[in-house]
Design a protein around this ligand. Sequence first.
Ligand code: MG
Length: 199
Amino acid sequence: MLPTRILLDLDDVCNRFTMYALKQVGYPVDPLGYRDFNPEWGWDIVSAANTLHPSRQFTPAEFWDSIDRDVWATVPESAEFKTLLRRCEALVGSENVCILTSPTLDSDCLAGKLAWIHNHFPKRMHRQFLIGPRKHFCARPDALLIDDGDRNVEAFRAHGGQAILVPRPWNSLHYMPTETHLHDAFTMFFRMKEHAGVT
Ligand SMILES: [Mg+2]
């Protein structure tokens, strides 16, 4: 089915949260690339941090406490962000694209994410966001989730939605070039749209 609405993940889809956060808490990683993240670490930034620096061990609470509001607010955009937003708006219309982002337990995270949205998205999107950890509540057959988390994508599909998994080193598409995957996925949807328009 052709999607009529898109739910767009923020962290590590629109921005470079993971690598930037690791850099901000003191690890010598390249915040603008992914070469320092070993795919074997999987979806666990805290164990990635602890592996990078075995002499400095964080509990999950300590790790998330160390990411303050400014860090959330100043994460650089991902390489894909501008093109991805343009494609989303072209496919379903700007008014049908909604940011969908899961917060940590720390209120600094919520405030920082709102600042990020205001600083990076065009004004027309400033009231188009949902914040919540249960992304699958937004699933329906014509809804498309774009997310870098395998679990989010699986749950969304299991509840009847469509999803694109954005390849990153911590997910099951880590071997895939990100832009190629996004290009191919959107090409398929644009073809569907074109076909729907002529029949
Ligand atoms: Mg994400």
